[in-house]
Ligand binder design. Structure first.
Ligand SMILES: [Zn+2]
Length: 114
């Protein structure tokens, strides 16, 4: 996932519609530091400089382990894992949007709205 260029990073306002399309509740984004880079010499006009990784974190509980051993459908395991507090790719990326590390557009490009 690309990181916003520090040299041209600017605060970015998203409309309520944009937020909703991204699966966000506009009322719940008050603390988000949305940002974007318009592009500069430093980033060759891309607005991004460097990359960071996002990942899914899954603590294997006994319950989840049993589901895997039982060969339950992936969708079912994922649902159970999320219920147990798994951090999805989307959530991991959204945390970086919140901190102004990457853009909402970038996270919409590399992950899906869940
Ligand atoms: Zn730049």
């Amino acid at each position: 996932m690309r990181v916003i260029c520090e040299k041209c990073k600017q605060p970015k306002q998203h409309s309520a519609d944009e937020l909703r399309e991204s699966g966000l509740d506009p009322a719940a984004t008050a603390g988000f530091l949305f940002a974007e880079g318009p592009g500069c010499l430093e980033c060759s006009g891309t607005g991004y400089h460097g990359r960071t990784a996002i990942c899914e974190l899954l603590d294997l509980s006994d319950h989840i382990r049993e589901m895997i051993v039982d060969r339950r459908p992936t969708s079912e395991i994922k649902r159970a894992a999320i219920a147990e507090g798994m951090i999805t790719l989307r959530e991991s990326g959204m945390a970086k949007v919140r901190d102004g590390i990457t853009t909402l557009r970038e996270i919409n490009k590399v992950t899906f709205v869940e």
